[in-house]
Design a protein around this ligand. Structure first.
Ligand code: TRP
Length: 328
């Protein structure tokens, strides 16, 4: 049997080239070797206020981008979290075996709650819901960025605690990240990872940005005080631009050195911009075709939910039985 891979993406912010190169492009590659479930986690998104209309639109947009990027719905499941009620149900059952102290330690909770005037209890529970997403499908492999490793560790702790209280029930999800791709940094600040929720105008290239905007953002990217590319002394901004080019072009390090050494930054940026534009163009075209109306995306999401529901429901049933929660 193929091992099961599960990952989740929030339908908030704009999916960008960092998400594509660091995650999506890998998922596309591995989807034939694993049984893959890609979850659009709208219940996580609402842990902070979302405009209702925008949220619904973002779910479809994200699904459209998954498909346009090459996720094959015959092969992989794209599932909207809220359409499979077992996610929320298991989250509650797991909440009851999760000590408060474990959640209080979560660095993302500390950071996010510090930025809010009033902190919803959902924000605190967020990692339990994520554990439920993972454990619901007994996923063995969970490809996530480093910012999520603490949450993944917590999912393991919760699984272990449940197993020791109620008997072997959950498969331990792997904490290793066997599927890391390029790590793309912010174009305005190459010391921080490119982030969907970052505010600044020059920070990211979104997958749906028009070509001129892509070129402009890259032309404005932070570099360093060298006049031209020098692989020995370059700063993180130049390294980031080169990494973006390399990941899209699929060039070897030798090819990169031979081509870019000594190139002035203006020319470097032009070439990076053209490379990104040329690679995003077919994705954007496919996206427009796929999302011309809702019907195709909605059908994919319905099929996804239908396909995974039996797995999810049988896990919840088993957990209920183990805990003594009443079932017929
Ligand atoms: N918390 C993850 C993030 O913000 C998203 C997520 C939710 C997730 N459920 C998941 C990731 C399950 C992997 C597996 O990136």
């Amino acid at each position: 049997m193929k091992s099961r891979v599960l990952s989740g993406v929030q339908p908030s912010g704009n999916l960008h080239i960092g998400n594509y190169l660091g995650a999506l492009a890998n998922w596309v590659k591995i989807q034939y070797d694993y049984e893959s479930i890609f979850c659009i986690v709208d219940l996580h998104a609402i842990t902070v206020y979302q405009n209702p209309e925008e949220l619904r639109a973002k779910v479809r947009e994200l699904a459209g981008l998954f498909l346009a990027s090459g996720i094959d719905p015959k092969q992989s499941r794209i599932v909207v979290q809220s359409t499979v009620p077992a996610h929320a149900e298991l989250a509650w059952l797991l909440t009851c075996v999760t000590p408060m102290g474990w959640l209080e330690r979560m660095t993302q909770f500390k950071a996010k709650s510090a930025a809010q005037e009033s902190v919803g209890a959902g924000l605190f529970q967020y990692p339990v819901l994520m554990a439920a997403d993972i454990l619901l499908y007994q996923a063995g492999i969970v490809p996530v960025g480093e910012d999520q490793t603490q949450h993944l560790e917590l999912a393991r702790d919760i699984a272990q605690r449940f197993n020791s209280l109620y008997g072997e029930t959950f498969v331990m999800p792997a904490t290793s990240l066997p599927l890391v791709g390029a790590r793309v940094m912010g174009l305005d600040d190459p010391t921080t990872k490119m982030s969907k929720s970052a505010q600044g105008a020059g920070h990211l290239v979104a997958l749906l940005d028009p070509p001129d905007r892509i070129r402009k953002t890259i032309m404005r990217a932070t570099t360093d005080s060298n006049p031209a590319v020098d692989f020995e002394t370059m700063g993180p901004g130049v390294a980031n631009l080169l990494a973006i080019f390399q990941a899209f072009a699929g060039w070897s390090s030798d090819q990169m050195r031979a081509h870019f050494t000594g190139l002035r930054y203006g020319d470097l940026k032009k070439q990076v911009g053209e490379m990104v534009v040329s690679k995003l163009d077919p994705i954007q075209q496919r996206f427009r075709e796929i999302t011309a109306d809702h019907s195709y995306v909605d059908q994919v999401l319905r099929d996804g939910a239908e396909a995974v529901a039996p797995i999810a429901n049988s896990t919840v049933q088993l957990v209920k039985q183990r805990m003594g929660v009443f079932t017929w």
